[in-house]
Design a protein around this ligand. Sequence first.
Ligand code: ZN
Length: 308
Amino acid sequence: MPTPPHAIGFTLDPLDRVSEKRDDESFVAGLRDDPSTRFLLFVNNVPLFKRTRGHDPLFSAQEAATLGAPMQSVFLGRDAQGRALFASSFDTGAESLPEESAIEAIELRPIAMQGLVPPPMVSALGEARSMLDWHRRHRFCANCGQPTDSAGAGWRRICANCKAQHFPRVDPVVIMLVTDGERCLLGRQPQFLPGMYSALAGFVEPGETFEHAVIREVLEEAGIRCTDVRYYASQPWPFPSSLMIGCFARAAGTDIVVDEKELEDARWFTRKEVGAMLDGTHEQGLSAPKPFAIAHHLLKAFATGELD
Ligand SMILES: [Zn+2]
């Protein structure tokens, strides 16, 4: 099995999350007040950047205070320098930023795709985005419908009415490259960029192992039975809270039946074609996902023969 590279986006975790101290309120308050502490700021799930030197997402407490009181705050952890990082969300729009300010709101996806901040910071921004989005969408108790309050430095919500505790969610998604030896199966979702093909993917359902989910999804989407499912690597995908579980599998047949509700097209591609799609030299201009997505690395391991 090939070794997963570090280039997969959102996988280089830079933070010591100090999770055992989240309920120690004086510890967390002490970090919040420490002058070395930095804040990642989000407005409606979009991170803010200081544009004085490149794209700098680290704000001091004083700089963060100019946006007013945050709607939600989460202690993310300590970085390699020992500084504490918090994530804070605001409901003011980017339009409320001072006209002359050198602060810009830029969606995380292009930031990650274009490598505008170092990989460890991409991971911290991903953690922050998933956590803040979870708070935005879980303000009410799923058990009794009453409002909930943040606790544990932002890592759970508690219902004062029924005492239920709610924890941030992670949604597992399998993404699999199915091969028949010399060719691999790729599909196109209607919302993909024109000409782009990728590995098939789908959510793991309750009661399934990820191996079962791979077999079910490939049969549903492309009518191909597969076996020999092998785990490769995983990737947090903070849009909003998926965990991509990258796998390889072997096809037991080759006759494709496309599920047109899910896919626009699915077909077999040779190693040579996949190599050209990754390099951007495919004769018909077909392309594959970029290196920050785990799909790229599944395809690359196949194209280079690393998988054999
Ligand atoms: Zn409740």
